[in-house]
Design a protein around this ligand. Sequence first.
Ligand SMILES: Nc1nc2c(ncn2[C@@H]2O[C@H](COP(=O)(O)OP(=O)(O)OP(=O)(O)O)[C@@H](O)[C@H]2O)c(=O)[nH]1
Ligand SMILES: [Mg+2]
Length: 437
Amino acid sequence: MKEFTYTDRPPERAIVVGIALPGQEAVEVSLAEMERLVEAANGIVLESLTQSRHAPDPRTFIGKGKVLEVRERAVLAKADLAVFDCDLSPSQKQHLEEELAVRVVDRTELILDIFARRARTRAAKVQVELAQLEYLLPRLKRRWSHLERTEGAIGTRGPGETQLETDRRLIRRRIERLKDDLRTIEARREREATSHEDFFRVSLVGYTNAGKSSLMNALTGAQTLVADRLFATLDTRTRLWQLADRRRVLLSDTVGFVRRLPHDLVASFHATLAESIFADLLLVVADASRDDASECIAAVESTLEEIGATAPRLYVLNQLDRVQDRLSLRAHEQGGRTCVAVSAHTREGLDGLDAAVCSKLDEETLVGSVSAASSDGRTLAELRRSGVVLEERFEGEWWRARMRFRRALYGRLLQLRAHGSIAAQFDGIADDPDDEL
Ligand SMILES: Nc1nc2c(ncn2[C@@H]2O[C@H](COP(=O)(O)OP(=O)(O)OP(=O)(O)O)[C@@H](O)[C@H]2O)c(=O)[nH]1
Ligand SMILES: [Mg+2]
């Protein structure tokens, strides 16, 4: 497919329409965020209008009167488009475009557009395009005819088949190809990840613009792009981070989240988000100077749940230098959360973060001395697969090692010990096998 570049286009003039629905965040908060999202897509916000509704109007989402008002505003302000802070059905979008006489973009399209602008690496590009096509497929009207030329017409149009069906088939074929590409990318990433198995993997996750990349740079000396704009980072970068006790871990920085992140996007960004899914520890970064920091953390938690990231968490309250009332940060400790307040800019609190990561890792790991018969290849292979060998030696018929395991494997190790396959003694745990079984 022809690559589309976003450069050199003048900013588009947008009217933003916010809708307050029951159960959503306050409309002022979501409008402010929507305005920043429009800016991130190279748009200029001319005006924002809101409407409170108990339920969306099935035909135009907003009510008839509001449609007229938006139309009037759009004409007066010479707007190019109206951006709706909700997801519109294909027919709602069509009706709105007819009645407003400007282009209509919904929340998902806007976020997909920003991602498409920001995608630089091959993986990010493939993932964004996949999400866009998955989103478009059910909404397809007669606008994809240019695909036909790119794909070559031979065999693409069966007798009696309509243009629309051809387009759909071309898009499905493209989706399959992108999925193939993604499988290759994911397999390569998995190989890379497992080749670093002896390192603990720590992932920075959090709301967009919270300061994840700034922290990555402050902690590891990396020079990842930092910018005051939404979705500055779209791919994952991993660096070695040496902790104060000289232990080294792999620290990853990745794409940020936002409220109501489109599902297609979350699904197709699996390869990028895999770092978070398989991390041993998640550093949930929040901009503590925001009034809605708690809601941001909640939005992040719900996306983490959606992607199945279950690793233990440490909450990093960043931008401490901009927080007026530090006592108010205590509120984030609710539910027994471990929080560390830091500033990536002034470096205040970074030592505390380092120490908190060390103790969290200690909680998650088990170090011990293990021995097994050298001839018992099966047990040796299992041990090597499940833990990290810190030191090893062969003594006659015995293989002896110092190993580090994930704490979750403790039960299995005790089983092996109970069966007599291994002898093992774990640091800091009383040596009474019957105790623990
Ligand atoms: N004052 C202050 N500003 C910070 C701090 N950390 C980050 N920032 C600013 O916040 C903005 C966003 O920082 P990034 O590090 O790009 O944020 P991010 O979480 O990586 O954002 P995305 O990649 O878009 O998800 C930038 O303008 C940073 O300079 C901090 O501790 N204090
Ligand atoms: Mg970033």
